[in-house]
Ligand binder design. Sequence first.
Ligand code: TRP
Length: 331
Amino acid sequence: MTESPIKKRILSGMRPTGRLHLGNLHGALSNWQDLQHTYECYFFIADWHALTTEYKEPRTIHTYILDLVVDWISVGLDPEIATFFVQSAVPEHAELHLILSMITPLAWLERNPTYKEQQLELESKEIATYGFLGYPVLQAADIMMYKAHAVPVGIDQAPHVELTREIARRFNFLYGDFFPVPELLLTEIPKLAGLDGRKMSKSYDNSIFLADTVEDIRQKLSRMVTDPQRARRKDPGDPDVCVLFPFHKLYSDPEMIAEINRECRVAGLGCVDCKKRLTERVLSALEPVQAKRQYLTAHLEEVREILEAGNRKARTFAQETMAGVRQAIGF
Ligand code: TRP
């Protein structure tokens, strides 16, 4: 009898703080989509993590949860092979977070670079809180709960995975070998600019969302900045600095990319035409995504069922882990 090889497990999550845009699609989502065939996948919505910064407006968090799952499925994440769940539907995360908080030295958290950066960046939010300092401990609980072997995230999250590794090692050292030490699976995130040329980000109001209509997308792309040096139609452009060209690299076929790369430099092709070409490519690539999105939005009960099934499965796993954790610490 041939045994089926046991797949390694990965876990990753997103905070429900806004709708997903093309930057998310070409970063995390397309990566998850590839990984779902190779790994046993747990993808979850980190609503408690969102609460660390959005605690003054907690209701907004809830509105994004189903929307995120709709986006996930629309871009091709498959609930038949990956498990989707919501963090707060598995309260075991809070218990593991509590236990891990006992063994995590304060100094590890205080030197966490994302903690320091966010304090400065999110100046308008009062996040000098106990919960925010413990953000990576909660993240460690998420990862360790499913005994994940690897965590696919972008470079910004690397310090949190490193901290998780230290916490897992410390747990194993104190109470006996129990948790795998998870690997960082670094995701290449292409640098996609938003409409204004800055990084595409929901906080800059410069994004193209998966939920945008065809008309929204046409309008947004038509007012997108291009090569800032190219003021007039007859000026030659430089695709290497043009904000639009990376989009062509993602959406256009090799011949068109080569042609644009050539013609832009000799002013053979103007920005308006270049954008029109891109718009058609983007719209045709997003067509199936939008169709799926439309279907799911009209059948939200199906999405809810998917999430509930995922929540149950995650919870069963988590309960088993916690039984082991309590045993390890003699509780
Ligand atoms: N901190 C992550 C982010 O903001 C979200 C997250 C929470 C996460 N828990 C996780 C990611 C566990 C990977 C694994 O993107």
